[in-house]
Design a protein around this ligand. Structure first.
Ligand code: UDP
Length: 238
C-alpha cells in the first residue's frame, strides 16, 4: 500500500480529556470507540499511525503536587494513568480488527511491551498501530513532549495534535466570540506569543527535528483522515 500525500507515517497526540467524552472523569467507551474509528480510517489509507495518549482524565502530577503529594510521585501516577488510556484504546482498535501494540516507557512486563525504538518501528512497518504509553517515562515532562519525542524517534512526517477546536486561535474560541483562527504559524510564533498549543519543550523538539505540527478538532467526524491528506480545517505549524 502506498500512502496518499506527504505524510506516510504520523503520530497522533490525544489528550486524556478527549477520551472523557461528556463524563466528568475517566474513560467514555463511546468516545474511545469514535477515536478508534478515526484511526481506522487513516490506517486504511496505508498511512502508518502511532499514538501518544495523555492521562489528564484520570490523574495529573501537578494537581497532586498542589495538594501536598511529592511532585515526582504524582507524575508517576499520571504516567500510569496514560497506560490505562492506552489499554482502552488498544482494546477499541482491536475490536475493529486493527492489530495494536502498547509500548510503555515504564516497563510493565505483565501488561504491555517495553518501549524499544527499533521494535516500535518494526510494528509500524507491519501495519500495526503503536501506542506509546507512560509518556517519556520521566517526571516533570508532559505527554505533549512525549509526542514530539516519539515522533522524532520514529521519523514521523507529521505530529497531529487533536484538540477540541479546529486549529490554533489568537484567543480561546470557547470564550471569545470573534477569536481568529490561524491557517499557518511558525514554531517561533507559537513560542514567542506563548500560544496554547503544546508546551514549549514539545514545540522546540518538533522545531529542531523539522516535524510539522497539525492542530485539528477530534470532534469533527473524519477529520483525522482529512487532515493527513491536507484537507479540511487545521492549523499547520512549521
Ligand atoms: N507525565 C510525566 N511525564 C511524562 C508524561 C506525563 O510525568 O513524560 C505525567 C504528568 O504528571 C502529567 C500526567 O502524566 O500531568 C498526565 O499527562 P498529561 O498531563 O500530559 O496528559 P493530557 O493533558 O494530555 O491528558
Amino acid at each position: 500500500r502506498v500512502a496518499p500525500g506527504p505524510y506516510s507515517r504520523v503520530l497522533l497526540k490525544i489528550s486524556g480529556e478527549a477520551l472523557m467524552g461528556n463524563l466528568a472523569y475517566g474513560i467514555d467507551p463511546e468516545m474511545v470507540d469514535r477515536v478508534a474509528g478515526e484511526i481506522e480510517s487513516v490506517n486504511a489509507l496505508g498511512i502508518e499511525v502511532c499514538l501518544v495518549i495523555g492521562g489528564g482524565n484520570i490523574f495529573r502530577g501537578m494537581s497532586a503536587a498542589a495538594s501536598g503529594m511529592e511532585r515526582t510521585t504524582g507524575d508517576y501516577m499520571g504516567m500510569l494513568a496514560t497506560v490505562m488510556n492506552s489499554l482502552a484504546m488498544q482494546s477499541a482498535l482491536e475490536k475493529r480488527g486493527i492489530p495494536t501494540r502498547v509500548l510503555s516507557a515504564l516497563p510493565i512486563a505483565a501488561v504491555c511491551e517495553p518501549y524499544i525504538r527499533r521494535r516500535a518501528i518494526r510494528h509500524m512497518e507491519k501495519g500495526r498501530v503503536v501506542i506509546f504509553a507512560s509518556g517519556t517515562g520521566n517526571p516533570f515532562f508532559t505527554t505533549d513532549t512525549a509526542a514530539a519525542l516519539r515522533a522524532s524517534e520514529m521519523g514521523c512526517k507529521a505530529l497531529l495534535k487533536a484538540t477540541k477546536v479546529d486549529g490554533v486561535y489568537d484567543a480561546d474560541p470557547m470564550k471569545v466570540k470573534d477569536a481568529n483562527r490561524y491557517d499557518r504559524l511558525t514554531y517561533m510564533d507559537v513560542l514567542r506569543h506563548d500560544l496554547k498549543v503544546m508546551d514549549a519543550s514539545a514545540i522546540s523538539l518538533a522545531r529542531e527535528n523539522g516535524i510539522p505540527i497539525l492542530v485539528f478538532s477530534i470532534h469533527n467526524n473524519g477529520a483525522f483522515a482529512d487532515v493527513v491528506q491536507g484537507k479540511g480545517r487545521f492549523t499547520i505549524i512549521t
